[in-house]
Design a protein around this ligand. Structure first.
Ligand SMILES: Cc1ncc(C[n+]2csc(CCOP(=O)(O)OP(=O)(O)O)c2C)c(N)n1
Ligand SMILES: [Mg+2]
Length: 312
């Protein structure tokens, strides 16, 4: 988890630098400071388990086992990307790893994972589906519909609410009728655990517990992972509406530092620093390769095109 969080951090910081140089296309939704959610959740899952994530999903992609090379190439829209350069940074998927996708439609990953859980139940497997979604997404109608059906049918789905305290520029206190999102779980007949979302071990343990229940046929669970969006909504966000003192407090409570401090007595600072440096090299190499790679071609294949110009 430490290694993967380092990879994500290096990825996000490089994306921030490249955006400033005008070398990325469109806004990028950085997840630095929130790595422990995506990485901790996915560390508790097997290959056959499915996960959906959001427009801010880089930690989930890397956590579920995607290599930096195809992820970076996809973010830069190259033909060598995980989705051939056609998905972009919000929609990356690799079904062979159970990484079913990010999603640019807020909340859309929630019913998708719930449907995958229904599929697992109908097929009689012991797979679980997990959906990581934002506090903003938790206000959508489809979130509540999915949670209700999951509770009613005891579907093997784990709902992970990545509570970074903002939906775009809107803070929690003006988007939710309750301060504490954990209050919602009893309404759908499911247990809830609230964790420090910057502590990868806490996130991992909560996910493993909820996934075990789900595999036993005991139904869904909710995890509220408290974290904070330290970098603004996207690389295009001009900021100014988040309290600098609050940002500074959360920066102190950094998920990589927490992991470092937990591991240091056993492994030593030197080894952990080497791992961080190796992650930086791996990301730098992924960017170098991606910048060399071609863009996809968009030639229309007449045989597979569903409509002809005449039909249109
Ligand atoms: C259905 C839909 N409504 C609105 C938007 C515009 N939008 C993009 S991200 C976002 C806020 C999401 O907040 P949250 O779910 O907390 O995720 P975060 O950005 O904090 O990770 C909104 C409203 C969208 N993409 N899709
Ligand atoms: Mg949010």
């Amino acid at each position: 988890m430490y290694r993967r969080m380092c990879l994500v951090r290096e990825l996000e910081e490089e994306l921030g630098r490249l955006h400033k140089k005008g070398r990325t296309r469109g806004p990028i939704h950085r997840c630095d400071g929130q790595e422990a959610v995506g990485v901790g959740v996915t560390a508790a899952l097997g290959l056959a388990d499915k996960v959906t994530t959001t427009h801010r999903g880089h930690a989930v992609y890397i956590g579920k086992g995607m290599e930096p090379g195809p992820v970076v190439a996809e973010i830069l829209g190259r033909a060598t990307g995980a989705c051939g350069g056609r998905a972009g940074h919000m929609l990356i998927a690799d079904a062979s790893l159970g990484m079913i996708g990010g999603n640019a439609i807020v909340g859309a990953g929630i019913p998708a994972a719930t449907g995958m859980a229904l599929s697992a139940q109908v097929r009689g497997t012991n797979e679980v589906a997990v959906t990581v979604f934002g506090d903003g997404a938790s206000q959508t109608g489809i979130c509540h519909e999915a949670m209700n059906m999951a509770g009613l049918w005891k579907l093997p789905v784990v709902f992970v609410l990545e509570h970074n305290h903002y939906g775009l520029t809107v803070p929690t206190e003006v988007q939710s009728a309750v301060d504490d999102f954990a209050l919602r779980a009893p309404g759908y007949g499911m247990p809830v655990e609230t964790v420090d979302g910057n502590d990868a071990v806490a996130v991992y343990r909560a996910t493993a517990d909820m996934a075990d229940r789900a595999r036993r046929g005991e139904g869904p669970g909710l995890i509220v992972a408290n974290t904070y969006r330290v970098e603004g909504f996207s690389t295009s966000d001009m900021g100014g509406y988040q309290d600098p003192e609050v940002i500074a407090k959360w920066r102190e409570h950094d998920p990589i530092r927490i992991a470092f401090d937990a591991l240091e007595p056993t492994f030593g600072a030197e080894r952990l620093t080497e791992m961080r440096e190796a992650a930086a090299r791996e990301i730098a190499e992924a960017f170098e390769a991606a910048f060399e790679a071609p863009f996809p071609t968009f030639a229309v294949d007449a045989a597979s095109a569903p409509y002809t110009a005449a039909q249109n």
